[in-house]
Write a protein that binds this ligand. Structure first.
Ligand code: PGA
Length: 248
């Protein structure tokens, strides 16, 4: 799976232009799940443009309540008929909007309940990495995010070391592979081996057309969550094409 997280970029007309520029190319590739996650305000128009194609749509966030007096929030139910996926617990949400493990957990429960497929983001901060605490932090984030969730359905996990996001400083393929292997082993312990084996775990953090192969060639890595490079049609297409070639 290659998922593009457009973050807080593109007006509605820019979003529709961007999707038009990548639609035909992406649609031709059939052994990779391609997910694009535009801002909420563009979900409907982008959704219209990819109707009938193999491209899937995701949102970047969701609130956990079904409906009610939560000014400015978007509920799982509202998303469920617009898109298939939703990014939950992105480090930018944890950092700038004080999302805790408990909130992330509530959002995952609420998304799964209405059939949305969560892309759960976990990853350590720079100081945690430098203190040698990566494994501990990632394991704890996984545990708290999935607390009380009996059935994972179609959950996707993205391992995104915070120090690699938007910095141009990606992890190495080997580092990412190791932590993703750890996430898979922990998932097997929390659930079972079969679920862990089948679960897609992506790497995210400064993925570009130039370093895609380094990650996708790793045995534990099932794809990528791409930020900056997903805003350029030719680069995003190149990332998906390379993934398709490697995974053939
Ligand atoms: P980046 O973002 O590719 O721009 O580093 C990745 C992400 O935040 O999902």
């Amino acid at each position: 799976m290659i998922a593009g997280n457009w973050k807080m970029n593109t007006t509605v007309s820019e979003a529709t232009e961007l999707v038009k520029a990548m639609r035909a190319g992406l649609d031709q590739i059939d052994n990779v799940d391609k997910v694009i996650c535009p801002p909420f305000i563009s979900l409907a128009s982008v959704g219209e443009l990819i109707k009938g194609s193999s491209i899937k749509l995701g949102a970047q966030n969701v609130y956990f309540a079904e409906k009610g007096a939560y000014t400015g929030e978007i509920s799982p139910l509202m998303l469920a008929d617009q898109c298939e996926f939703v990014i939950i617990g992105h480090s930018e949400r944890r950092q700038y909007f004080n999302e805790t493990g408990e909130i992330v957990n509530k959002k995952i429960v609420a998304a799964l309940k209405v059939g949305l497929k969560p892309i759960l983001c976990i990853g350590e901060r720079l100081e945690e990495n430098e203190a040698g605490r990566t494994e501990e932090v990632v394991s704890e984030q996984l545990r708290s995010s999935l607390a009380e969730i009996a059935y994972l359905n179609s959950l996707v996990i993205a391992y995104e070391p915070v120090w690699a996001i938007g910095t141009g400083r990606s992890a190495t393929g080997k580092q990412a592979n190791e932590i993703i292997g750890l996430i898979r082993r922990n998932t097997a312990k929390l659930y079972d081996k079969e679920i862990a084996r089948n679960m897609r775990i992506l790497y995210g953090g400064s993925v570009t057309a130039d370093n895609t192969a380094e990650f996708i060639n790793q045995p534990e890595i099932d794809g990528a969550l791409v930020g900056g490079a997903s805003l350029k049609a030719t680069e995003f297409l190149s990332i998906v094409r390379q993934t398709s070639e490697i995974k053939k």
